[in-house]
Design a protein. Sequence first.
Length: 106
Amino acid sequence: MSFRSGTDVDAASLRETFLNLNYEVRNKNDLTREEIVELLYNVSKEDHSKRSSFVCILLSHGEEGIIFGTNGPIDLKKLTGFFRGDYCRSLTGKPKLFIIQLFWSS
């Protein structure tokens, strides 16, 4: 996949913004599709009961409904599905925001 210029600047700006809003911020770079799935699955299983909301920001290559890890595509519905109320009980009834910035390569 081609280089995505500006991503580091975007990531740094988003990090600063959400730290200023008192969110816990975890940056991960260059993950495989398996690592992305495992990371979000594990985060969905954490206890979020003391948190008032959840934000996940993904910056990568992709296309409609698909994001790419370093080794291939992932269906975005699979990733967001980990945070449904029936699957991630500690976030039930709380806002869950997914910000997805994709570089569309055709």
